[in-house]
Design a protein around this ligand. Structure first.
Ligand code: ADP
Ligand code: MG
Length: 328
């Protein structure tokens, strides 16, 4: 692959977990209700994602690996109203620039499936292939042609735990999807896909902690009908962790990292004189997408709010109300 493609790839693909993120988002965008993930050697040897989503038609298969080809954003105006997780059409092309990719897919209702691959950035011809409805993408030998990148990676177990953490986040955001995750052939994480966030909490944190989580109430919206809606769970003050890593945020079901939002959650505890500990929380924020800028960085875990104070206040209020309602 040419140098420009490799540099662009570096923006999107930092480590195995970044590949997993892009592939999972594609499966979710395709409406999958079941997603299986297989990892070998922390994802460096193999990452395979199998979904039962809409699949890709034979005609569209070559576009899937092409740069800046997306089936998701029809017009530039649509960017304002993005509801899909992907919209740049560069993830698969970037991954194909730094790994061997095989894509097998059958569109829902189609008689035939197809296969396409990319080796050293060269895309192969589409061939017909037997496939269940849905898509399987296999990414092999990630970064084997980019030794400089390999050097920056940590141990296999570190890469696995990055993938694991990421998959937990998507499972929390999508309780209706059944996730099955295998590492070296052994199941390391699974969710039932029953649509209940509480079930995913059990899968991620175990029953004991899950029982210590209190639901947020959406609050009274009669005064301000387009305020953000905040739902989710937060932990009783008796249940806490030693780091901040267990507070997850999803904005319109997109996983985001935000210091501002973390401060809002912790602020709710502080306002009740509960200090010096880190709660566990899963916070879903539903809001008008035109008040968001998700276009900050290709990896997209950052987000910009047009009315930041309003979101901050809504989160703080929701968490505080949940803690106050809890008879302790
Ligand atoms: P984006 O998600 O930004 O559109 P990607 O490079 O991630 O770009 O994917 C390119 C295109 O390939 C998508 O727009 C979609 O049409 C198709 N695609 C990729 N993965 C899947 C999948 N799992 N199921 C169905 N279509 C997919
Ligand atoms: Mg994508």
């Amino acid at each position: 692959p040419d140098v420009a493609a490799k540099i662009a790839a570096g923006e999107v693909v930092e480590r195995p977990a970044s590949v997993v993120k892009e592939l999972i988002e594609n499966s979710i965008d395709a409406g999958a209700t079941q997603i299986r993930v297989d990892l070998l050697h922390g994802g460096l040897q193999l990452i395979r994602i199998t979904d039962n989503g809409s699949g890709i038609s034979l005609e569209e298969l070559p576009l899937a690996l092409a740069r800046h080809a997306t089936s998701k954003v029809a017009q530039i105006d649509d960017l304002e109203q993005i509801r899909s997780l992907g919209f740049r059409g560069e993830a698969l092309a970037s991954i194909a620039a730094v790994a061997e990719v095989t894509l097998v897919s059958r569109q829902r209702g189609a008689e035939q499936g197809g296969q396409i691959g990319a080796l050293s950035g060269q895309v192969t011809e589409v061939t017909r292939a037997a496939s269940p409805e849905g898509t399987t993408i296999t990414v092999r030998n990630l970064f084997s042609a980019v030794p400089a990148r390999l050097k920056f990676l940590k141990s296999r177990t570190t890469e696995i735990s990055h993938c694991h953490h990421l998959l937990e986040q998507y499972a929390l955001a999508y309780p209706e999807i059944r996730f099955n995750v295998f590492s070296e052939g052994k199941q390391i994480f699974s969710t039932p896909g029953d649509g209940q966030l509480s079930s995913v909490l059990v899968a991620v944190y175990g029953l004991q902690i899950a029982e210590q989580m209190v639901p947020l109430s959406p609050g009274d919206r009669t005064e301000d009908s387009d305020a953000p809606i905040v739902t989710g769970y937060t932990s009783r003050p008796t249940c806490y962790k030693s780091t901040r890593q267990h507070i997850s945020f999803f904005v319109n079901r997109r996983w985001v990292l935000s210091r501002m939002l973390t401060t809002a959650v912790e602020g709710a505890y502080h306002s009740l004189l509960l200090t010096g500990r880190h709660p566990i929380a899963v916070i879903n924020i539903d809001m008008d997408p035109s008040l968001l800028d998700v276009n900050v960085h290709p990896a997209k875990t950052e987000i910009r709010f047009l009315k930041e104070r309003r979101v901050f206040a809504a989160v703080l209020r929701a968490v505080r109300a949940a803690l106050l309602e809890e008879p302790e």
